[in-house]
Design a protein around this ligand. Sequence first.
Ligand code: OGA
Ligand code: NI
Length: 366
Amino acid sequence: MQAFYIRNFNIIIIIIINLISMGEVDQAFIQSIEHRPNLDTIEIEGIPLIDLSLSHTTDINVLVSKIGTACKNWGFFQVINHGVPLELLEKIKVAAKAFFDQTMEEKRKVKRDEVNPMGYYESEHTKNVRDWKEVFDFLIKDPSFLPASPELEDDEMRTLSNQWPENPPQFREVCQEYAREVEKLGYKLLELISLSLGLPSNRFNGYFEDQLSRMRLNHYPPCPCPELALGVGRHKDAGALTIVAQDDVGGLQVKRKSDGVWAPVKPTSNALVINVGDIVQVWSNEAYESVEHRVVVNSERERFSIPIFIFPSHYVMVKPLEELVNEGNPPKYKPYNFGKFNVARNRSNYKKLEVQNIQISDFKII
Ligand code: OGA
Ligand code: NI
């Protein structure tokens, strides 16, 4: 009986704390009850850690099979000995902090708008709830070309280009140098993924000639109500592959395929986090799935993360690869134009929309 009272008392206290913090923060950040994070620390099996170094004693087939298993079971893994110089990994984290530490006035000099989606932004929404973060985005290929509208019959194109801040000094150089190195890793991983699907290593190469890949610096400030808001709400990445550098704070969680539990991605020194995106899901006809993930925040420490999203050229028609489909395994998706998809998807990042934004499930053959 006493235990019953203590438990109810605890629940009442939590409700009161929630109500107090709800009054403090903008309602736009508050997740609906079913999407609020459980902040208890849990020790559970996490995503695989894969060593990419190939000595003459390790067989490439062993590595390919580890990658294939991780893609199949998790959609996520971490890599070490990835070839991205560790000094550069350190430098990009320092550059990210130096950029976000500046005044709002300074950051807003490179603010993105309805016309130019590159630059600084502090009010992105995921699934119509505002994320507790600020970001800086730039294109790997500058300029890049994208359809002007999501309408299929409209063939007008738009040129996207980067906005670079004057400060901090060296920011641009460090960002670009880091992006070049991670891009190389991205293509190496796509080759390994291709091999793991039983395809030639260069099978995906042709899709990236006019790549729309972009890099993002994420800053998650400490949050007064980490039990109500999220750094990034649950989502799947729309590209082919994402490569994320994170600091030692932690917060990224992956929805474990085996049981749907949110599994934390443990910060691992010198490692990069890799996840397959929607395009690999479609190309592989669902042999590999793009897995839902989110970022929880905390009330004490700010967090930085740096993803690179590897996107194909705008004119690529994304569809299950012919070699992987047959009578017994018919294509699960209708082809879609990546540029049009991307334009339609990004509309909802700016403001709340009445309808859910475009998803690959819209192209699913039932
Ligand atoms: C993203 C994302 C993860 C992180 O920006 O799409 O999932 O750790 N970020 O910041
Ligand atoms: Ni993501």
